[in-house]
Design a protein around this ligand. Structure first.
Ligand code: C5P
Length: 242
């Protein structure tokens, strides 16, 4: 499917809003400048899968960021349901293991037999550092990069489509897995833009050059004084990078 194989990075705007009215305001404002949206836990919990169907009805692609983590059978069923509503991407926690990832891949295919719903594994949340990982998982001597690579390996074994990681791990992941895993990179900021609470940020062009297949744009677009102009700047900066 073109969206999962295109070589240029695809920008996805995060609908970090509490309800459909908030989502409508963003989607209406951006119009044709954005064709791909992220629905996360807040909006999905408020509106359910109808929000995915609504976006699909407007001709938009949808990334459903639920970061699933449960027994394989439960994750398979959830992935099937989300895919049936037309999602193009769905996240699971890579730490759920290769069996759980494989079950998610199977469920997504059952829900969307055209193969149009890819499963992405979340590696290490950008809110966690090495100390946080050590304390959560009872291990010592951890580096974030090694953990990202280890978890990416589970995603590859489970036949996942790709992973979520920070732009700063992109080179290492590309070095080990080449094009086998698509990279979805959050923490994107326009040149000179406000970092907000993100510790490690990258411009769209830098993330695309680091090998991102998808970029998550949150406040860089939605909190901009002129979101349409910000989105145009993102699209322009990605044009020509392949
Ligand atoms: O660009 P901004 O910081 O506003 O983006 C926040 C969005 O990126 C949220 O939707 C958040 O869930 C997502 N995200 C993130 N860091 C991750 C994974 C996702 O900021 N590691």
């Amino acid at each position: 499917m073109a969206l999962l194989t295109a070589s240029a990075a695809i920008p996805i705007v995060a609908l970090d809003v509490p309800d459909r009215a908030g989502a409508e305001a963003v989607v209406r404002r951006l119009g044709d400048a954005c064709g791909f949206y992220k629905v996360g836990l807040e909006l999905f919990s408020a509106e359910g899968p109808a929000i995915v169907s609504w976006l699909r009805g407007l001709g938009k692609e949808v990334f459903v960021d639920l970061k699933l983590h449960d027994i394989p059978n439960t994750v398979r069923g959830a992935a099937r349901s989300v895919a049936r509503h037309g999602a193009a991407l769905l996240t699971v926690h890579a730490s759920g293991g290769r069996e759980m990832i494989a079950a998610a891949v199977e469920g997504a295919r059952e829900g969307r037999p055209d193969g149009g719903c890819g499963i992405l594994g979340v590696t290490i949340l950008t809110s966690m550092d090495a100390t946080g990982v050590e304390s959560a998982w009872g291990r010592t001597g951890v580096t974030v990069q090694d953990e990202v690579l280890r978890l990416a390996g589970l995603v590859a074994e489970g036949q996942g489509t790709g992973i979520v990681c920070s732009g700063h791990e992109a080179d290492a992941v590309r070095g080990k897995f080449g094009g086998r895993l698509g990279l979805l990179i959050p923490g994107i900021r326009l040149p000179g833009g406000e970092a907000h609470d993100q510790r490690r940020v990258m411009t769209p062009a830098a993330a695309a050059e680091a090998g991102a297949r998808w970029l998550i744009l949150g406040r860089a677009v939605t909190a901009a004084a002129d979101p349409v102009a910000a989105m145009a700047e993102v699209n322009q900066s990605l044009a020509g990078i392949s």
